[in-house]
Structure formats: structure tokens, C-alpha cells
Ligand binder design. Structure first.
Ligand SMILES: *[C@@H]1O[C@H](CO)[C@@H](O)[C@H](O)[C@H]1NC(C)=O
Ligand SMILES: *[C@@H]1O[C@H](CO)[C@@H](O)[C@H](O)[C@H]1NC(C)=O
Ligand SMILES: *[C@@H]1O[C@H](CO)[C@@H](O)[C@H](O)[C@H]1NC(C)=O
Ligand SMILES: *[C@@H]1O[C@H](CO)[C@@H](O)[C@H](O)[C@H]1NC(C)=O
Ligand SMILES: *[C@@H]1O[C@H](CO)[C@@H](O)[C@H](O)[C@H]1NC(C)=O
Ligand SMILES: *[C@@H]1O[C@H](CO)[C@@H](O)[C@H](O)[C@H]1NC(C)=O
Ligand SMILES: *[C@@H]1O[C@H](CO)[C@@H](O)[C@H](O)[C@H]1NC(C)=O
Length: 352
């Protein structure tokens, strides 16, 4: 889990003042709906519908804590279709979209930076996004992150609808958290170069023609179906964004506007501690057992070569289940307990 250094966090009430960092949107923005409302509005800038099977509704947006914005898509029936590009699009979901009240512009010699942590679905029919689109006309459009139901994340910049720089890469750790950032800079020729980073590593750079000086809307939404395939899921799906930070580099002049500041440090994938009821292992000495969950245990101990667990049941370190097969002579002590990690009771059984 990423821990933000306190010095990086600007109290919300200071955010309107220009500071040396010029934070336009601080991480506290998603603390709750009251603070959110000072900076963001519900829906797309143009309303509740767009290019997929979800109709946006404020009821699907919540603030569960930890500076997190949560969007939940749920299946519905009986909604009237949306109109998109002169066609009727059936509405099969209610979901959420929000946009910043302010518009964002990369000024000549300047830049903008967007960063956040994401827990985004990649299942077929889910189309979460975090993106910038033109206020007047189209393009510009910079898709800082979108997921189109394929297991991949896409980063895109449009010169025209056909002249698109699109980079798709495998999305790591779906179901957990990843940090993504984009650093936009004027290239000195009226274009905006965007460098994209995932978990602190640079992924790609894309250039948008003539983007300098043009205002953007910033939108976070979860569309459904459309470009992400159909049918989408029947169960509710969630998309979460936390610790959003938007910084302006417009007041700084740089000799080399394309050199970004150092990348963000990698974050440890967010693995909440699983606390299930304690399991008491039977007195197994043989044969081999295979533990059923893929859980990475904390790195503060050692697994003895014979696979014997210490008498107090301290979990072995760095062990990924179900990769562990205890050898035949492995002795599990009576009443061994895993303090943080336990297993569904019926799943722990001797191998045949
Ligand atoms: C917030 O994070 C803390 C740990 O940093 C965790 O214990 C808590 O469950 C989180 N709350 C939510 C709502 O995610
Ligand atoms: C878009 O235009 C910019 C500026 O001319 C150029 O650098 C970039 O390669 C173009 N993108 C694509 C996909 O051709
Ligand atoms: C998990 O447990 C460790 C050690 O007990 C603790 O430092 C960490 O904050 C916990 N993480 C969460 C998400 O609760
Ligand atoms: C699990 O075991 C630990 C350590 O023995 C104990 O502190 C805890 O209360 C137990 N939890 C449950 C749910 O029984
Ligand atoms: C497990 O072994 C302990 C002694 O090592 C014994 O007291 C206990 O009854 C045994 N439990 C079972 C279920 O066989
Ligand atoms: C455990 O991970 C393996 C691949 O690493 C995967 O095939 C398997 O489905 C996972 N099992 C569970 C219970 O998540
Ligand atoms: C048990 O595990 C050991 C070591 O991994 C392996 O050599 C042996 O073949 C396994 N036995 C069975 C019955 O699977």
C-alpha cells in the first residue's frame, strides 16, 4: 500500500492558492461528498449518456473512505435507449461518471500532471476510464487510462479519429491497486507530449497535435459494454480511484519541457489482510497437503527446509499458495494458527 509522505499532502483549504507545486486537485478531494462537490460535478459534462450501455446516475457514486471514489455499475431493465451518433443504444446498466468543475489546459512552456491509484475491473463488458477530452470540438482527447474488458489497460492520444496513438499493455494485479500517472508537457511546437507511468515505471510517450492552449474536461467514469464487449456482467461491478492528485506545471518554465520529474516510487500492490476465522490444522504428518489460496505472506521469517511449521504456527514467508506442497514428513503442530491468513475450513485436506 502506498503511504503518502505528509509533506506532499496540501490541506484542502490551501489548494486554491498557488503554491510552488500548484496542486489543482489534492488527494483529499474524495474524502466525502461535501469536499467532492466543491471540485467535481456528477455525470459527464454533457449529461448522463455516452457511447455504451450505462446511464450515469449519482446514486452509483460513493466515498468509502481513504480518499477513495467508488463507482458501482448495476444491471437494470426498462431504461429508455441512449442516442449516440444518431443511433439508439440500449441501456442495460446504471453506473457513475464525474467530471472536474475546472477545465485543464497545458499552456505554452507548461504542463499538467495527473496521478492516482486504481482498482479497476477488466472483465468483458466493463469499460472504466480516467481521461481528458476537448471542451470545444474534438480532438483533443488523452485517455490517461482506460480498460476495455480485455485484461489490458489502454493509453491513447488522438490526432484525428483515425490518427491515434494507442498503447495496450497487460494490466497487473487486477482486483488490487496500481498507481498510474501521466505527465503532460508542451513540446515547444504547440503539441502536448504525454508520458504515462504505471507503478512508477514509464510505459510510453504520445504526442497530441496542436493540444497546447486547448482546454480539457477531466472525466472519471465507468461505461459498460460498448467498446468493452457484450454481454457485460450480471453482478454489480466496482471501479475505485484513490489519492487523485492533479498538479499544474504551467507557471514553471523549463529548458527541457519534455524531461519529466522522476517517476513516482512503485507502490506495493494493495493486499488487504485477509482475516477469516482461525483454522486449527489437524495433526497432519503425512501425506503432502496443498494449501488452497494464492496468498503472499509477510516477509519476516523463514520456512524450514523440511516444511515444518514452528510450534506457534508463525506463517512461512514469501510463500505463494498453492505453490507450497509440504513434504511427507512435514509436521504441522497441533493447533497451528495463521494469525492473518486462514483458509476456508473445508479446503485444507490431504492430497490423494
Ligand atoms: C483504509 O486503509 C486502512 C489501512 O490503511 C484500512 O485498514 C481500512 O480498511 C481502509 N478503509 C477502507 C474503507 O478501505
Ligand atoms: C500526432 O501528431 C504529433 C505532432 O505532429 C506527432 O508527433 C504524432 O506522432 C502524431 N500521432 C500519430 C499517431 O501519428
Ligand atoms: C496488514 O497487517 C500489517 C501487519 O499487521 C499492517 O502493517 C498493515 O497495515 C495491514 N494492512 C491493512 C490493509 O490492514
Ligand atoms: C485467532 O487466533 C488469535 C491468536 O491465537 C486470537 O487472538 C484471535 O482472537 C483468534 N480469532 C478468532 C476469530 O478466533
Ligand atoms: C493432536 O496432537 C495432540 C498432541 O500432539 C493431541 O493432544 C491431540 O488430541 C491431537 N488431535 C487430534 C485431532 O488428533
Ligand atoms: C492461483 O494462481 C494460479 C496461477 O498463479 C491460478 O491459475 C489459480 O487460479 C489461482 N487460484 C486461486 C484460488 O486464485
Ligand atoms: C510430496 O512432496 C515431495 C516434495 O515436494 C515429493 O517429492 C513427493 O513426490 C510428494 N508426494 C506425493 C504423494 O505427492
Amino acid at each position: 500500500m502506498r503511504v503518502h509522505a505528509p509533506s506532499l499532502i496540501v490541506p484542502f483549504f490551501l489548494s486554491a492558492t498557488a503554491t510552488s507545486q500548484n496542486i489543482l486537485v489534492p488527494p483529499e478531494t474524495f474524502t466525502d461528498s461535501t469536499i467532492f462537490d466543491t471540485m467535481f460535478k456528477q455525470l459527464y459534462p454533457w449529461g448522463p449518456d455516452h457511447n455504451g450501455a450505462a446511464r450515469m446516475n449519482p446514486s452509483q457514486v460513493s466515498f468509502p473512505g481513504n480518499n477513495t471514489l467508488k463507482i458501482t455499475a448495476k444491471r437494470v431493465t426498462g431504461e429508455k435507449p441512449a442516442r449516440f451518433e444518431n443511433k439508439d443504444l440500449p441501456i442495460n446498466y446504471l453506473s457513475g461518471a464525474v467530471h472536474a468543475k475546472q477545465q485543464f489546459t497545458v499552456e505554452k512552456g507548461g504542463g499538467l500532471e495527473f496521478e492516482a491509484e486504481f482498482n479497476a475491473p477488466v472483465a468483458k463488458g466493463t469499460w472504466p476510464a480516467f481521461w481528458l477530452t476537448a471542451v470545444k470540438g474534438w480532438p483533443p482527447e488523452v485517455d490517461i487510462a482506460e480498460w476495455k474488458g480485455s485484461g489490458k489497460i489502454s493509453f491513447n492520444t488522438f490526432n484525428t479519429s483515425k490518427d491515434v496513438d494507442a498503447k495496450d499493455v497487460q494490466y497487473p494485479n487486477p482486483g488490487g491497486w496500481n498507481s498510474i500517472s501521466a505527465r503532460l508537457r508542451d513540446d515547444g511546437k504547440g503539441n502536448v507530449a504525454t508520458k504515462y507511468f504505471m507503478n512508477g515505471k514509464e510505459v510510453t510517450t504520445q504526442t497530441g497535435k496542436g493540444y497546447t492552449g486547448k482546454p480539457f474536461w477531466f472525466i472519471i467514469n465507468m461505461q459498460m459494454e460498448g467498446s468493452s464487449g457484450a454481454p457485460g456482467p450480471n453482478k454489480d461491478v466496482t471501479y475505485q480511484i484513490r489519492n487523485l492528485k492533479i498538479t499544474s506545471m504551467n507557471e514553471q518554465t523549463s529548458n527541457d519541457p519534455l524531461t519529466p520529474p522522476p517517476p513516482l516510487p512503485p507502490i506495493v500492490p494493495f493486499t488487504p489482510n485477509i482475516t477469516l476465522p482461525n483454522i486449527t490444522f489437524p495433526n497432519i504428518t503425512s501425506p503432502n497437503i496443498t494449501l488452497p489460496l494464492n496468498v503472499t505472506l509477510p516477509p519476516d521469517g523463514t520456512l524450514p527446509p523440511d516444511g515444518t511449521l514452528p510450534p506457534d504456527g508463525t506463517p512461512p514467508p514469501n510463500v505463494k499458495f498453492p505453490d507450497v506442497t509440504l513434504p511427507p514428513d512435514a509436521a504441522l503442530p497441533p493447533n497451528a494458527k495463521f494469525p492473518d491468513v486462514t483458509f476456508p475450513p473445508t479446503d485444507v485436506s490431504p492430497e490423494e
